[in-house]
Design a protein around this ligand. Sequence first.
Ligand code: AMP
Length: 208
Amino acid sequence: MNIVLVGIQGCGKGTLVSGLSEHFEINLISMGQLLRDEIATNSELGKRIKSIVDKGELVSDDIVIDTLNNKLSTIKSGITVFDGFPRNLSQAEMLDNVTNVDLVIHLNLSKEVALDRILNRLTCSDCGYITKRQLVKDNICPKCNGQLVTRSDDTIDSINKRFKVYENETFPILERYSKRGVLVDINANRTPDEVLKDCLKVINEYND
Ligand code: AMP
């Protein structure tokens, strides 16, 4: 089963993925994380990707598709969750060419709440765990004791740019999936547990 997560930055996709992985063995394709992994290698490609990501723009479809194909070649059967891909209509078409999309979960959140969440977000540089600044001491990850950091693209300029990109390029893919009858809208302005509970229900219905 292939599940696509869509939502404005800060809507809780990463947190939902952590919750889902405690219930199912999932293959995760997090495009943002795969790109950050390439950046961390300090390769020429990684440096090019970093300059785009830090500005809040979308990395070119060519780079994203290569990254996707590399990752897909390692995927086992079962539930695969696509987080942050597709992000525009051409990527949605490309995904249709390589696999089927069974369910699209739209984590629906207002821009105002999303902004507040992103500005308070810390991410573990070791395990990827996401938490709120107010909930931790000394920026130590409660899951793995790694270092919690602010993502380098979580600046006001980059966030505003990403919101625009989301509205103009990503939002239109929802109509495509809605017409196909695979789109489910989830109110993301609730606690992670409430959101997870609804998503598990929907996944179990679609997985039957
Ligand atoms: P995320 O971790 O999903 O917030 O993504 C962080 C950044 O990675 C985005 O702001 C983009 O610069 C880049 N990125 C992630 N996914 C994609 C994608 N599907 N297409 C192009 N760029 C992407």
